[in-house]
Each structure stands twice: as structure tokens, then as C-alpha cells.
Design a protein around this ligand. Structure first.
Ligand code: 26W
Length: 803
């Protein structure tokens, strides 16, 4: 391998790769070609290290982590990999010297957007920490041809376009056809005795080939390189001609079509389950391929499956990969010849489950008949696990209601969360509050049986990406003040910033950095949409998936009330305020799409009303995604985390904002609770009901109409939804929804939210106080680093050593 340690060999390496893969010179190369050449240069370094990492793991027979997730929201990798390899300056200089604008080359890379939101981005952040902490680990998912849709806003409404990322994004993927696995669907089971043992074989099943596409994941300041394995689906033969002669034309075509569709598209529903059979096929496809591959490699090293659980731990990222449980049982019994009890003990001890949501509509329940036809052997095994579990619960509680509640198979449905909770060695939530809700509410009866299973691991984010890489100004300031870069490996070192909380010069620098980042965002927005943001206004941001429980609509109600204040008194002195939104709505989620339309109608009204000039602005940022978040977070001053308490499992955007010095306006929900623990009332703007009060008020009877009738300001805001704005669109449907039901209690929290926002604006006017709070937010954000979270998984759940 050519070692690259200076700008000159980097330039040479880039030239060589361009020549080899495109047959072109630097002068002829496009930015996209240069991006791919740079990827090849870095991959060459990573590939060597990946091979050594794997060799060492094999030789030491080290215990390995397997992180299974239907989603990995990786974003761009060029800058990230260069950063982790310690080559970002070298690469940037080399590109510049070759006559490119380095930033343009980085921007030529499409986001690998194989995920919806929080769960997928969390998986991506954890991969970085797994490598950095030198834990032997592999991530597994599907190599979707189309990632999360690209969002365009046309006449104020969301339009979805396909996200064809692979043409350029595949720069990071290596196909490994020699490690192809075969996954079987359908068929009928035949049993026979041989050598005194019962054998089960599946006959007439439809095979689908799973071809690995691997991505190298380099750690920071280490040679450790892990792998993200994405399975692509292929039909075994182009079209099986022998079936034609048997007159099975349709089956042949069907088989072919099914194979090709499995890896076609990521389901764009976030926090909402729909029992689509293609989704179940995707789940089994990736789970079966993954488990066959893991067991195969394990046997190659250990010659037996009996110690599988000692050498491997399977982390199930929400219930989406829960079929690993019956699949492992199947492999152990049908392929390795173990008895049920042996297979059970090994399986049970190998699996751990993380829950990411308590929303009822997000919990997966598959129709029993669908499972039975699509996966006959898996169904049998689930049914048997369910039967034994039910017996066990009966024996423990002697309570029919609890048996029903905890059942794995019930009412013709397979309940995936109950399966995970029954079988896994560890179950964890993703924030202290959320894990508490799991113990006291969602899984309370299972908790009563095995309290020791239940743990908490509060989420964390990759602070090297979400601070150091994307906010170079702040990164330099931190390093300069500390006199070292220790915080990169020890995020709690950020704490040392606190000693500068009253240092006016440092606070001024912090403000300058923020201002520069705001101007950078403003430039981006101007280029993308023509709107000129006022960089002297508060940048008040809500960026996350659009969901009613996240209450973007509450934010809108407050903005309308500010607009009313200005209408009543056009000369009103007010803190200039720019509200920014970024959010994708699931294509089938009509209410969420209406809320996007509403935000755009409101933006159109406010941005075109002269009385709002230099005072109020609203902007909906199109196509919110990882690479946009990377510009947005450093430029944000206010972070809106306003979900109804008890609904947001953790949130991770909240952590990204905090780390970049934004102050939170939020409810005591998810990880906001832990942010509050380190910040205190005085360094964030809390409002609204607490989780237990939400339960109480709902129990006692919640009447939104009374609030509407009683609160004049609220009344006027809701009425405004009915009239709509200058584009003539009425939002009476949304108004009715709030008055009739208001499931997420927007009206309840409205007054308290407005009060928190006005407290926040008043504080902003005192820039010294504001910058001090901002600095304290950054200083205390270290506990929200993914390194901390992954170390906790390693210590308490996986039991693997780490750096
Ligand atoms: C089956 C449809 C479906 C799809 C995705 C159901 C549920 C999901 C995810 C579990 C939703 C999700 O991303 N949850 C988010 O997970 C983050 C990481 O833990 C948390 O920070 C968020 O609070 C939680 O909403």
C-alpha cells in the first residue's frame, strides 16, 4: 500500500485513481469523478486495516457485536473518513492544489440516506464509536436502491421524488459475491426421521440471493476498521427457463420480480407501522442473510455453535430485525442439528433489544396468516416460543388479563415487541424517562417477571461529526482554550470550557462564530430558494420528522400569535425572529402533509407582509437531511424540542443543537430531561405538562374546547387557521382536529409555550447572558456523545472490552 502522509502523495494518488477508473486527467475530471477518486484513495487505506482488524478478531476469537438495523442514515462519508484517518487537511489541500474547490468535491457526494430519522441516524453515529472504541463490530442492513425520498416543495406542498443515491454513492461499497447467502420464502415443510432425529426441510420455496455490499467504517485515531454490511437482493437465475417448460411461466416471472423488489426502496414511514408484506419480506431477507453469514463465520473459527453466545451478541435496533430470534433457532435446529432446549439457551443469551418508541401505532404486529404463508418454518418456531411463553406467564401471574397483554401471538397477530421482551437477555430504552416508561407502563408485567433485564442507555451522537467536523470555528475555539484536542476522544473534557463562562472576550468569540455560521446558512438558503434570511434575527429552529406528537403545529400556533401582535401594533418593538423548519412527512400521512402546507402558507404570508420586515420571518427548508443538518446545526440559536411529554423516546437532534450552542425551548420529554439535569432551569427554557401530568389530565378528561373558549389569544389563532392566509387555503381541518380531539394537547401547553418563547426572546436581548448560556450548553453536552453511550452498551449489555 502507498502510504499517504503528505499533500504530494495525496495528489499523486488522486491522479492515479482518476486515470485508472475514468481514464481521465485531473484537468478533465468532474467534481463527481474527483469525489469517487478520493473515495478510492481512502478506501485503499481502510481496506488494508479492515482486513487486519478482521484477522486479529479471528485469531483472538474475540467476542463480536452485530448491530442489526433496517436503517443506517449515514449521510456523506468523504469528509468523515478523511477526518477519521487524520487526512482531512491533506485531502483538502491536495484538492485545492489540483485546481478544485474542495468544498465542491465534498458536496458532489450524495447522502447515503438509508433511513428515516432518529433510529437510523443513531445507528450511523454508533458505528463511528464502535470503531473508535476498537470494538469488533459489524452493522447489517439492506442496500436499498432508493433511500428516503427527496422532498420538493411545490406550491407549498410536499412532493416526493426518488432518491437514486447509488450511482455516485456506491463509491464506498464493495460487492462480495463470494459471500452470497440464499434466503428462502414460502414453500411447504416436510418432516422425516433420520438417524433417530427429526428433520425439517422446506420444499418448493422461492430462493432469493443476498449479496453483500460492504462499507468500511474507520475509527478515529485508531487503525481499527469495522464493516457495515448492506445486503442486495438478486434473483438466483436471470429467469428460470426450466420452469417455462414446466408451464410455470408465471411463477418464474414472479420469483424474479420478488427478488428484484426486496431491496428496491426504504419504507418512508417513521413511527408508524403498516403491515405490508413486502416490508416483512425485507425484514426476513436481511435477518436471514445476516444470521446465516454470522453463524457460518463463527463455525469457521470455532467448529461448533455451542459457544455461539460467548463469541457473539446480536443487537436488535427496535423490533424491525426481531425475526433474528426464530431464524437463529431455525439455523441451530435445522442446520446445526441442535435440540430445542440447546438452541433456545444459545439464542436467548445472544440477543438484546433496544426499544425506540412507545407510540402504539409504531409497534409492529404481523398478521399470523402472512407470517405462516411467507415463512412457514419461522411461523412454527414463533408459535412454539409463544406457547411456552404463555405457559410461563400463566404460571407466574395466574392472571388472564396479563397473559393476554403479554402474549406473543394473540388475536391472529404476532407481536414483535412482546417477542423481543420475552426472549432477549437485555431490553433497554433510549433515555432515562423512556426506560422508566418501559418499566412502569409499556412492559410493566414483563418487568415484574425479570426486572434485571431492563436497562437504560441514553442515546448519544457522534460529536466528532456533529461538532468538530461541521463547526470548524467552534472546534478551533475549544481546542485553543483547552490547549489540546483531548475533547475529541474524551467528550467530557468539554466541561473545561465552563471556566470561560464569564470571560467577555471568549463569549464574544463564541458569538462571532455563531454569526458566521448563520451567514453561511443564509447564503445556502438564498442560493436554494432566493429568500434572504436576516442574520441578525434569532434563528429559531425545529428540524425533525414531521409527526403530530412532535408538535410542529404548536410552533406554528405561536408564530401566528406573534403575527397577530404585530398586526395589532405594527410599530411594536420586537426581537427580530426567524423561524426555520425542516421536516419530511411520510407520503401517506395526510395530516403531516397538511402541516407542511400550513407552514408554507404562513411563511408566504409573513415573508410578504411589510409589517414583518426585519421582525418576523418563516422558512421551510426543503429536503431536510443529514447534509443539510450539518449546515443548520452550527447556525442555530434556538432548538425546538416540544413534543408532548412521554412521547419522544429520546431525541438526538436536541443533542446536536446543544453541542453547537443552541438553547433549548422544550418539554420535559426524552433526553431533554437529562439535558435539564445538567443545565438546570436557568440554562434552558422549559414549559408544558410533565409526563405524569399528561396521564393525569387525560384521565380526568381533557377538554380542548374549553381552553379555546377561555383563552382569547388562542381563540384568535385557531380562528386564523380557519380563515387561512393570503394564498386562500383554509386549514379548518387542522383547527377541527385540535378542537375535537387534540390528542397531543397543543392547546393545553399553548400558554406555557408562549410564555417560554417570550422568556427566551427577552434573554436573547441580553447578549452577554445569552452567550454565557450557550457556552454552558456546549460545555455540558459531553455526556451526550455516542462514545459514552456505546461504552455503556459494551459494559452493561454486550460485555465486550473497549478502548
Ligand atoms: C414500523 C414503522 C416504524 C419505523 C421506524 C416504527 C418505528 C420506527 C422508529 C423506531 C422510529 C424512530 O426513529 N424512533 C426514534 O428513535 C430515536 C433514536 O433512539 C429517538 O431519539 C427518537 O425519540 C425516536 O422517535
Amino acid at each position: 500500500m502507498t502510504s499517504i502522509n503528505n499533500v504530494n502523495n495525496m495528489k499523486k494518488a488522486l491522479r492515479d485513481k482518476l486515470k485508472l477508473s475514468y481514464g481521465c486527467s485531473v484537468e478533465e475530471a468532474s467534481e463527481a469523478q474527483m469525489m469517487r477518486a478520493a473515495a478510492l484513495v481512502l478506501r485503499e487505506i481502510m481496506a488494508d486495516r479492515e482486513i487486519s482488524t478482521k484477522r486479529a478478531t479471528r485469531e483472538q476469537q474475540a467476542r463480536q457485536v452485530h448491530y442489526l438495523s433496517m436503517e443506517f442514515l449515514m449521510g456523506r462519508s468523504l469528509m468523515k473518513n478523511a477526518y477519521n484517518l487524520g487526512l482531512s487537511d491533506t485531502l483538502t489541500k491536495a484538492l485545492d492544489e489540483l485546481g478544485f474547490r474542495a468544498a465542491d468535491v465534498f458536496e458532489a457526494e450524495p447522502d447515503a440516506a438509508l433511513g428515516n430519522g432518529g433510529l437510523g441516524r443513531l445507528a450511523a453515529c454508533y458505528l463511528d464509536s464502535l470503531s473508535t472504541l476498537e470494538i469488533p463490530a459489524t452493522g447489517y442492513s439492506i442496500c436499498y436502491e432508493l433511500g428516503i425520498f427527496r422532498q420538493r416543495i411545490v406550491d407549498g406542498e410536499q412532493v416526493e421524488l426518488p432518491d437514486n443515491w447509488k450511482e455516485l454513492g456506491s463509491a464506498w461499497l464493495v460487492q462480495k459475491p463470494q459471500e452470497t447467502e440464499t434466503v428462502l420464502f414460502g414453500g411447504t415443510l416436510r418432516r422425516f426421521m433420520d438417524n433417530g432425529r427429526l428433520h425439517v426441510v422446506n420444499e418448493g420455496a422461492t430462493p432469493v440471493l443476498a449479496v453483500p455490499c460492504d462499507m468500511e467504517i474507520a475509527g478515529f485515531k485508531t487503525d481499527h476498521v469495522n464493516t457495515l454490511r448492506l445486503w442486495d437482493a438478486k434473483s438466483p437465475a436471470p429467469l428460470d427457463m426450466s420452469l417455462f417448460s414446466q408451464g410455470e411461466y408465471l411463477r418464474a416471472v414472479e420469483q424474479h420480480a420478488m427478488a428484484e423488489t426486496i431491496a428496491k426502496v426504504l419504507y418512508p414511514e417513521d413511527n408508524h407501522y403498516e403491515g405490508k408484506s413486502l416490508r416483512l419480506k425485507q425484514q426476513y431477507f436481511f435477518v436471514s442473510a445476516t444470521m446465516q453469514s454470522i453463524v457460518r463465520k463463527h463455525i469457521e473459527v470455532c467448529d461448533t455453535v455451542m459457544n455461539f453466545h460467548e463469541k457473539n451478541v446480536i443487537q436488535i435496533n427496535d423490533t424491525h430485525p426481531a425475526l433474528v430470534i426464530p431464524e437463529l433457532m431455525r439455523i441451530f435446529m435445522d442446520d446445526a442439528g441442535l435440540e430445542w432446549d440447546e438452541a433456545w439457551e444459545i439464542t436467548r443469551q445472544s440477543v438484546a433489544y433496544t426499544n425506540h418508541t412507545v407510540l402504539a401505532e409504531a409497534l409492529e404486529r404481523w398478521p399470523q396468516e402472512l407470517v405462516k404463508t411467507l415463512l412457514p418454518r419461522i411461523w412454527e418456531i414463533i408459535d412454539e416460543i409463544a406457547r411456552r411463553w404463555q405457559e410461563h406467564v400463566e404460571e407466574f401471574y395466574h392472571d388472564g388479563a396479563k397473559t393476554a397483554e403479554m402474549a406473543i401471538v394473540w388475536d391472529g397477530q404476532v407481536r414483535m415487541a412482546n417477542l423481543c421482551v420475552a426472549v432477549c437477555t437485555a431490553v433497554n430504552g433510549v433515555s432515562a424517562l423512556h426506560s422508566d416508561i418501559l418499566r412502569k407502563d409499556l412492559f410493566k408485567d414483563a418487568y415484574g417477571m425479570t426486572p434485571e433485564k431492563f436497562q437504560n442507555v441514553t442515546n448519544g451522537i457522534d460529536h466528532r461529526r456533529w461538532l468538530s467536523e461541521i463547526n470548524p470555528g467552534l472546534d478551533s475555539l475549544i481546542k485553543e482554550l483547552a490547549g489540546n484536542d483531548d475533547y475529541l476522544m474524551k467528550p467530557l473534557e468539554l466541561k473545561k470550557l465552563e471556566q470561560f463562562a464569564d470571560d467577555g472576550a471568549v463569549l464574544d468569540r463564541l458569538a462571532e462564530i455563531k454569526h458566521a455560521n448563520k451567514e453561511r446558512l443564509a447564503k445556502h438558503v438564498k442560493r436554494a430558494s432566493g429568500l434572504v434570511l436576516n442574520p441578525d434575527a434569532i434563528f429559531d429552529v425545529q428540524a425533525k420528522r414531521l409527526h403530530e406528537y412532535k408538535r410542529q403545529l404548536l410552533n406554528v400556533l405561536h408564530i401566528i400569535s406573534l403575527y397577530h401582535e404585530l398586526q395589532d401594533d405594527p410599530n411594536k418593538e420586537m426581537q427580530p425572529h426567524t423561524f426555520l423548519f425542516g421536516a419530511k412527512a411520510a407520503p401517506g400521512y395526510a395530516v403531516a402533509k397538511r402541516i407542511i402546507h400550513l407552514i408554507n402558507s404562513l411563511a408566504d404570508q409573513i415573508n410578504n407582509d411589510p409589517i414583518c420586515k426585519d421582525k418576523l420571518q418563516v422558512k421551510f427548508l426543503e429536503n431536510y437531511r443529514v447534509s443539510l443538518a450539518e449546515i443548520l446545526m452550527p447556525a442555530s440559536e434556538v432548538s425546538q424540542q416540544i413534543s408532548l411529554a412521554g412521547k419522544e423516546a429520546s431525541g438526538t437532534g436536541n443533542m446536536k443543537f446543544m453541542m453547537n450552542g443552541a438553547l433549548t425551548v422544550g418539554t420535559l420529554d426524552g433526553a431533554n430531561v437529562e439535558m435539564h439535569e445538567v443545565l438546570g432551569d436557568e440554562n434552558m427554557f422549559l414549559f408544558g405538562l410533565h409526563a405524569d401530568e399528561v396521564v393525569r389530565v387525560k384521565r380526568e378528561g381533557y377538554m380542548p374546547q374549553m381552553l379555546y373558549n377561555r383563552d382569547e389569544k388562542l381563540h384568535r389563532v385557531i380562528d386564523q387557521l380557519r380563515w387561512g392566509f393570503r394564498d386562500g387555503v383554509s386549514y379548518d381541518d387542522l383547527a377541527q382536529r385540535l378542537l375535537m380531539n387534540d390528542e397531543y394537547m397543543l392547546l393545553q401547553d399553548f400558554a406555557s409555550y408562549c410564555e417560554a418563547e417570550s422568556r427566551m426572546s427577552a434573554t436573547y436581548a441580553d447578549s452577554r447572558a445569552w452567550n454565557r448560556m450557550s457556552l454552558l450548553n456546549i460545555a455540558r453536552s459531553g455526556i451526550f456523545a455516542a462514545d459514552r453511550a456505546v461504552a455503556q452498551y459494551a459494559d452493561n449489555i454486550w460485555h465486550v472490552p473497549h478502548r
